[in-house]
Design a protein around this ligand. Structure first.
Ligand SMILES: [Zn+2]
Length: 418
């Protein structure tokens, strides 16, 4: 089989697909209340062929589109960046691989940009990456040809690519410029976990953690904002991926007074049943094995989405930052206790509800931060609560009360009494 090289529209490794994103929609005069015409290409099917030396990955598309493909190490991955694509792939597509591909994921990675991330069995080389136009009754097809390679050549290829232009879609390495606000009220940043290509945990009936926590986060935003004492912002308000470091930067740039990351866990049936909410703060050493497991799982978010971790700046490697972090830590634990107190009458709590571990998303040295696991999507009772508007409303109100209590205590000089 031969493929015309002219089919490679934007496949130069090292460019972001956004640079060759979808063409702008036609601008119309006056208000237009019709739903926008869907111009995004639709991915309808996917196939893997080949063996552990050479593997071909094919996606059927409703029309031709641009793409950029590149490889990442630790773990070995291949990332395909596309303009926004509507994925209508068969259920369970990507759960099992073939040849050099162990598994793959797909979804929105930023506004206007979709991504497919393939986990590979070892170091691979992208031999070809292109999209064929529809022809002879065949739909347009994205074709990716992978070949096995050794680690050394793999790393050399990565080094040759222009790394800075295509790591985290939002990553920036400059010092954090404060975003000045004229509003003196404390800012509470609510961080709905996961999003886009990273769906998070799966519920008993196939619910995605990313959707459940976004719904809750919006309700929590409204509950906290209600008494007018606080400003509230969400790190994401749509089904799009946000890198862990960018969530932290979001809060720091805005000099947030509090950062609350919202999650829901699930555990495999084989590990038994677990229920109830837990609140986590940052610590170098996990408070117990479950906290360690959870942090490891939540920290995988960037890997799942195909972020190049080697180019993530290390914001916290600094002794001065460490000093600031001690005070921040104290406040984080105080807020975690306030949360548990106010949640107790409403939510089932985990037997040991306040725990700590090395969550990347809690690493802002100057913003008190907690991560709330609302419950287990794998447990019927918890799932029922999380999908009940009534329960969510009560839980959000209780958490808003905890925010209020926390700041009232700080203003009253709680530092004296501890
Ligand atoms: Zn999560």
């Amino acid at each position: 089989m031969t493929f015309r090289s002219s089919a490679i529209a934007c496949a130069i490794a090292g460019t972001l697909a956004v640079a060759c994103g979808p063409t702008a929609l036609a601008v119309e005069q006056g208000p237009d209340l019709r739903p926008p015409v869907q111009t995004q290409p639709v991915a309808s099917d996917v196939r893997l062929g080949g063996d552990e030396r050479q593997t071909r990955f094919v996606v059927d598309l409703s029309r031709k589109t641009d793409l950029a493909a590149f490889t990442l190490a630790n773990p070995y991955r291949v990332v395909i960046d596309l303009p926004e694509v509507i994925f209508k792939l068969p259920d369970k597509a990507g759960e099992h691989g073939r040849g050099l591909v162990k598994a793959f994921r797909y979804g929105l990675v930023m506004k206007g940009g979709s991504r497919i991330v393939l986990d590979t069995t070892g170091p691979v080389r992208v031999n070809k990456a292109f999209v064929l136009a529809a022809a002879e009754g065949q739909p347009a097809r994205l074709v990716l040809d992978l070949a096995a390679t050794d680690r050394e050549s793999f790393l050399r290829t990565i080094a040759l690519e222009n790394r800075s232009s295509r790591n985290s879609p939002h990553a920036h390495h400059a010092p954090i410029p404060p975003r000045v606000s004229n509003d003196p009220r404390p800012l509470i940043v609510i961080d709905p976990g996961h999003g886009g290509i990273d769906s998070g945990a799966k519920g008993l009936n196939g619910q995605d953690e990313k959707d459940i926590v976004l719904t809750f986060a919006r309700e929590l935003r409204d509950a906290i904002g209600e008494n007018g004492k606080f400003r509230v912002a969400l790190t994401r308000n749509e089904d799009a991926f946000v890198a862990l470091g960018d969530r932290v930067r979001f809060a720091r740039e805005r000099q947030a007074a509090l950062f609350v990351s919202i999650h829901a866990d699930s555990i495999p049936r084989s590990e038994g049943e677990a229920e109830g909410a837990s609140v986590y703060t940052l610590s170098e050493h996990a408070s117990d094995a479950e906290a360690a497991r959870l942090a490891e799982k939540e920290n995988k978010s960037d890997i799942i989405a195909g972020v190049d971790l080697s180019s993530e700046p290390n914001d916290v490697a600094n002794i001065l930052i460490d000093l600031a972090q001690r005070e921040t830590k104290t406040f984080s634990v105080q807020f975690a206790r306030a949360l548990v107190n106010d949640l107790k009458p409403i939510a089932r709590l985990h037997p040991r509800p306040v725990k700590s571990a090395g969550f990347v998303v809690l690493k802002a040295p100057d913003v008190p931060s907690v991560l709330v696991e609302l419950g287990y999507l794998s447990t019927r009772g918890d799932l029922k609560n999380l999908t009940s508007a009534q329960w969510r409303s009560r839980a959000a109100k209780a958490m808003a009360q905890a925010v209020d209590d926390f700041f009232a205590r700080r203003l009253a000089g709680a530092g004296n009494g501890g």
